[in-house]
Design a protein around this ligand. Sequence first.
Ligand code: KG4
Ligand code: ZN
Length: 472
Amino acid sequence: MVSSLLALPSTFSRLNLVQKSSIFIPFTFKALSLLEFHKQPRLRPFNYPLLHFPSSLNSPEAHFSTSRRPVSSKSFDDDLVVLGIETSCDDTAAAIVRGNGEILSQVVSSQADLLARYGGVAPKMAEEAHSQVIDQVVQDALDKASLTERELSAVAVTIGPGLSLCLRVGVQKARRVAGSFNLPIISVHHMEAHALVARLIEKELQFPFLALLISGGHNLLVLAHDLGHYTQLGTTIDDAIGEAFDKTAKWLGLDMRKSGGPAVEQLAQEGDAESVRFSIPMKQHKDCNFSYAGLKTQVKLAIASRNIDAKVPLSCASSLDRSSRADIAASFQRVAVLHLEERCERAVEWALKIEPSIKHLVVSGGVASNQYVRARLDQVVQKYSLQLVCPPPNLCTDNGVMIAWTGIENFRVGRYDPPPPANDPDDFMYDLRPRWPLGEEYAEGRSEARSLRRARVHPSLTSLVQASLQQQ
Ligand code: KG4
Ligand code: ZN
């Protein structure tokens, strides 16, 4: 593991490459007197590992501190102001958040029109759309917060998982801002951000907790032991639930301009959820993994057998046609969510065995904005006297706030990179992690049904953090 880490040009690859006895020389931050903060002895336990960054990136002696323990100082949190940038899929988002959790601004530029036109995300087009708006989105976030770059403390950016072409746009922008204004930069895992944003809205939410992360590309059940430390209890063996919502919407001829999920949710309210007998996926597999490819096929067949024509928009459909579409939407949603419920019940039981002190189930990611999903999962957790924590819908779907907040959580424990150079060379290799697991798989829960799509998978966030901590 260590040798592979050394080859990675990343935050965690550079951890602990310097002897602990090395001199500690923090660099100067903007707007945040971190120098003062580092001088305070109570905030500097002496077992901090040291980070070393290549001299080409900063002064030769620049070493950085990291800590296992979050720093909690009111003035530190009040002074810390982080810009978060998110471009991993089809939304270009930026936000500015204060260390105390105050959201100073939030801007999202959606590519929903492209999604509606092409029925899915086309990476090259998504990249172009990000490139066109990224400067404006970041500028709007600064303007709305009434701040300039000089008043920021750090820049956080998603480096994975996601589409490489899209991630690159955000990382380039983040490095340009950080480089030009001498700001540290924090690399963020998109799925960790979906989970941790729950800690911004629910201050009582402590580690460990269980999280169900449901979006267009991911379906994860993870046990969050600590910041950067996750056990993956389940994942999808094929498609994620959001993808199934999107395709159902497309095949039912729904308006995709706000993405497929909300359109299916709305139409489902008119339908009879018991009318179409879809079967629940993976009933025979007693694990916490998911599969939505088969349900998608069932939906497609049901639509074909009822002669529903997706080219006829819902607004032009006859009332019989409309009610038939609504029945499919409602029946699909019911079964898609039953699959979540069943897996969550098992995951709660596993999680309580591993970490008996868990008190919360966090449900986040775009699909968590669905009210039916929330209501059904609330019933599940009540059986176990746990509390459901769902961020508000605009923090469930992709957003910059979750990136800024995860940046803040990591920054507090010293997991950040120094300011990059003001301009990256043209041939600069960006550290992008399109396939980047959050945690290691729970051994007892490994599914026989797992398809083995493991090629070019980056070492998990958890393995990198653990390896760096072990070297302390
Ligand atoms: O987290 P997210 O914004 O982006 C990804 O990381 O994928 O999730 C987007 C997904 C889309 O598939 C979208 O259809 C789904 O979340 N979604 C919903 C709802 N709102 C968004 N699915 C069901 N019901 C909703 N209300
Ligand atoms: Zn997402």
